[in-house]
Design a protein around this ligand. Structure first.
Ligand SMILES: Nc1ncnc2c1ncn2[C@@H]1O[C@H](COP(=O)(O)OP(=O)(O)O)[C@@H](O)[C@H]1O
Ligand SMILES: [Mg+2]
Length: 652
């Protein structure tokens, strides 16, 4: 084989034979007579091929970000990789394993959108996005946990005819409640009658209406199923739907809003997300908001909850409604940016209907194949993409060649607790107006089905069921037990959960989620009314420790870890003696100057050592930096991370 043929083959194998520079060199090698010059050109070409094999992607040349684009990151040679803003309406899908950097990528895109005054909504299933309230890179973020959301799913968007909206509602409802054949026709008919009779206006009214219809026996199963499904939604999000008119979504579309849907049942999450997307779509269509720009972006982290392949397979009509709507959203300057860990579980339609695909680190071979297939990578590129690290990605825009990109990190202190959220947002929430349900019959009575009413007969007094009382007592006696353990005392998880919801609804307890090294745990704080009820029930209880439930929880964990320690002694959160030393341990949950005061107070009390245990790095570095400004003796003070402390075998 001639030198020319060999090099041509190698260039083809590396998939760069169509590059201009490569073709020039090949032509030169083929034609030149001088052996020396031929060899020199061959060396150059071999170097190009080698280089390409090491990094088999084309490079963006420009180091400046194009106008009207969203920057993703930089290529290996420093060129800016970005997405033109107008391509966003053709949607974006990012796939990568957990920890590969999807949420961080979203933070960065949000910040870029904010710079361009393009508002976004984020459907958040993991409390990832509330922390943006602390970020200077994204302004004016409104966080709406589902308990604060007010939405009447039966009320059409401005400009949309009622009948038409009810059909859309019906589709979303049946799709997300997985009601198959028959139920939809039944509901459709009932809905239109319900509408004609102006019977009521809330989801609760609709349920009551359906419940009271007398229907032929062969329809009863549908009646029962539809009524039951509405009941599930009402129970899962009791306050959300009990309104005649919810928040003004038209206004919210002009703001950055994080909808928190964690902790809800699957069907409720899906219902809310699909309904909101459908709302946007019908609204834009009615207002004729057409154009080529981007008006608004919706982020869907953990997309498979609504774009699930299993649903695609289940729905007899083929495509789930939501996918269909997604495809049409682009006409109305709406963009959907979705991410998930498992591409195999996403609908094919979402994979083919997204213009921009971003592949992040994916360890699982099957997952990798599934997403790699929808990118147009050659063999070398695939091999290379298998080795992606955290924050590294391959991006493909439409049919153009894939690009490798290093994504930037995003500095964000992830410490916003429920309490902090309330204090940050309560003014905002108060300003969101809604109209409560008008007829009083839509109150709690309607939300209870017949079986529930029966179940409740055996409870007496205080309006709290026996299960509720039992759970409250358990919380009083064993404040730090896990929810799973608590529920084991009930006949089913469902019953346990129901008791919990009852206590929450009656404001006998507050719920608090604490992030642990792995996952999170739920804690319950007994409210004043809760204490009163316990008093009535003759249950004595004492709070061990100081401060809120989370603070007490960590006091408990730390003291447990140390064995012979005491909670609250000589003003220390946790007190322990080892040999000669008296040690004070302090729990620091927030960036608070007071922690420095505690430190100095303990040292003044002649403790030999003081250890401050911090909830996270942010708190730790805050205290460390404050400590530097003081004269306190460093050798007697340790500022450690709570989770590291608890993980260390001999922490003292
Ligand atoms: N581009 C990046 N550069 C450096 N670190 C990153 C980058 N992206 C993510 N990380 C880090 O990796 C961890 C997981 O990132 P995250 O965005 O939450 O991943 P995912 O959402 O895919 O689970 C975080 O601690 C984050 O700081
Ligand atoms: Mg994530």
């Amino acid at each position: 084989m001639s030198l020319y043929d060999r090099l041509l083959q190698e260039a083809k194998d590396a998939n760069i034979d169509d590059q201009e520079k490569v073709q020039d060199l090949l032509k030169f090698i083929d034609n030149v007579q001088n052996d020396h010059a031929k060899q020199a050109a061959a060396t150059k070409l071999k170097a190009l091929i080698r280089q390409h094999r090491r990094h088999p992607f084309q490079q963006e040349q420009s180091r400046v970000q194009p106008r009207s684009s969203v920057k993703l990151g930089r290529g290996w040679k420093g060129g800016v990789v970005s997405l033109p803003v107008d391509s966003l309406t053709k949607h974006v899908l990012a796939v990568g394993q957990s920890g590969s950097g999807k949420t961080t990528l979203f933070y960065n895109i949000m910040s870029e959108l904010d710079d361009q005054d393009i508002p976004f909504w984020a459907f958040d299933l993991k409390q990832d996005y509330r922390h943006l309230v602390n970020s200077e890179q994204v302004d004016d973020v409104l966080v709406i946990p589902v308990e604060k959301l007010r939405l009447n799913p039966l009320r059409p968007p401005p400009g949309v005819e009622s009948k038409k909206w009810l059909s859309r509602f019906m589709e979303v409802f049946c799709d997300t409640q997985e009601l198959l054949g028959g139920s939809d026709r039944f509901l459709d008919k009932q809905l239109h009658r319900f509408d004609d009779q102006a019977y009521g206006e809330t989801l609760g009214d609709l349920r009551e209406y359906i419940q009271e219809r007398s229907v032929p026996p062969q329809r009863r199963a549908f009646q029962y199923r539809v009524e039951g499904s509405i009941g599930r939604l009402l129970r899962d999000a009791p306050r959300t739907f009990d309104v005649s008119k919810g928040y003004n979504l038209e206004d919210l579309l002009k703001r950055n809003v994080v909808f928190e849907f964690d902790g809800l049942k699957k069907w409720t999450k899906n219902f809310l997300m699909e309904l909101l997307i459908t709302w946007i779509y019908e609204y834009r269509k009615a207002q004729n908001h057409r154009g080529d720009g981007v008006r608004h972006v919706t982020f869907l982290d953990e997309a498979k909850t609504i774009l699930s392949k299993y649903k695609e397979e289940q729905t007899a009509s083929g495509l789930p409604e939501i996918d269909d709507r997604t495809a049409k959203l682009r006409e109305f300057e709406e963009s959907l940016i979705a991410a998930d860990q498992e591409s195999t579980k996403l609908t094919d339609s979402i994979k083919t209907n997204t213009y921009t695909k971003i592949l992040l680190a994916t360890g699982d071979a099957k997952e990798f194949r599934s997403i790699a297939e929808s990118l147009k990578m050659d063999g070398l590129q695939k091999r290379w993409a298998k080795q992606l690290g955290v924050g590294e990605a391959v991006v493909q825009k439409g049919e153009s060649s894939p690009l490798a990109v290093r994504l930037p990190d995003f500095r964000l202190e992830k410490g916003v607790t429920d309490d902090e959220l309330v204090s940050l947002m309560s003014d905002e929430w108060r300003q969101l107006s809604f109209e409560p349900a008008s007829s009083s019959s839509t109150g709690s009575e309607v939300e209870k089905s017949r079986e529930e009413k029966d179940e409740e007969k055996d409870s007496e007094g205080n309006g709290v069921s026996d299960e509720g009382k039992r759970l409250l007592e358990d919380i009083a006696r064993n404040p730090f037990r896990s929810v799973t353990e608590r529920y084991e005392d009930f006949s089913s998880r469902y019953q346990g959960d129901k008791a919990k919801k009852e206590l929450l609804e009656q404001e006998l307890i507050d719920e608090k989620t604490v992030s642990l090294k792995q996952g999170r745990t739920k804690l319950f704080e007994i409210t004043e009314s809760g204490e009163e009820l316990l008093d009535d029930l003759g249950v004595e209880f004492d709070r061990v420790g100081r401060g809120g439930i989370e603070h007490r929880y960590w006091q408990h964990r730390v003291s447990d870890k140390l064995g012979d320690a005491v909670i609250e002694k000589d003003h220390a959160d946790v007190y322990v003696e080892t040999g000669e030393d008296r040690i004070a341990l302090e729990i620091a949950l927030g960036r608070n100057e007071r922690e420095i005061q505690h430190l100095s107070d303990r040292l003044e009390q002649d403790f030999d050592r003081v250890i401050t245990l911090c909830r996270n790095n942010g708190v730790q570095s805050f205290i460390e930096s404050k400590l530097e400004d003081t004269e306190l003796p460093e050798e007697q003070v340790d500022i450690l991370l709570l989770r590291e402390f608890l993980d260390t075998e001999q922490p003292l």
